[in-house]
Design a protein around this ligand. Sequence first.
Ligand code: KG4
Ligand code: ZN
Length: 354
Amino acid sequence: MDNKQLSKPFVGKPVLGIESSCDETGVALLRWDPDAPGRGLLAHTLYSQIKLHADYGGVVPELASRDHVRKLLPLIREALAEAGLTVQDLGGVAYTAGPGLVGALLVGASAGRALAWALGVPAIGVHHMEGHLLAPLLEEDPPEPPFVALLVSGGHSMLVEVKAIGEYRILGDTLDDAAGEAFDKTAKLMGLPYPGGPALARLAEQGQPGAFHFSRPMTNRPGLDFSFSGLKTQVLLAWQKSDQSDQTRADIARAFQEAIVDTLIIKCRRALEASGATRLVIAGGVGANRHLRSELAAAGEKDGFKVYFPRLLFCTDNGAMIALAGAIRLASGQHQDASIEVRPRWDLETLPPA
Ligand code: KG4
Ligand code: ZN
């Protein structure tokens, strides 16, 4: 579909955002307004598949896709009702086109594309990590580029220099496990149920300081890349040698969380120094970690940089961040042909400027 075939081109009308890249179905409606609180967010709904995957100890892709099929349309209806809108009011559709699980992505992409085609409005495939990265823009006092973003989710640990929306340079990436993945795997090896990250973080609050100590990987040499898989092995050895009591589990959780958070902060400081930026954005599921949030805020006060976080709900996967990223691009006239394309892998640096 090119511009000429759109019977209703996008003109600041509500955009429907759909997230279905992994185990959360997220839907939101947003009327892009750079000056409005929340940038014009009208409604958001979310369904988490956690219970569905818990028995398997991790996300089962086929089950995830089928559940997105079941939940997506009811969630869209719910969001429209919450905003007091009908589909006819929509000016555009944004859906996560990657990176993520291919079957899960296809559910959101097919529904989004079909709806846009039926309504004659433009649709755009959004990069999931751009969604995370822009999520702090949904808050009061949003960050202005240029800034550095620490993206820490289940699939990614990245430091990104954001010169402008859509102009991204990856300063550091993970060589093995992502930060969220390290949380999840460490939790699992100490017997915590899926998804382990938030449970491990809660347990860490009961741990005694100094009972265990783990290394801060790759901080004793220059560079901005991460590697967390060795830390997981250190935890495994400590756990196997321990009395495996509840208190020991909490003590290890605390030391593990401190090691991850310290490592992330050391690299954030370096990235800010290297880029000359004075604003730091934190996004992605691990951005919900309270210890990370408080330690980074303290580091910012000490060093004179400002830290921006999305609210807790918008750290983990959600439809609002996809509606926002899509609305910004639709507002600048971007959209794609009416073919359903998803990208399980997708390099953030290849995105066009918004
Ligand atoms: O961004 P997200 O919802 O999904 C991906 O795009 O991957 O991130 C999920 C990840 C999971 O690994 C989860 O364990 C982790 O974020 N996570 C946390 C916390 N809440 C979620 N990790 C540490 N502390 C938390 N409070
Ligand atoms: Zn995510």
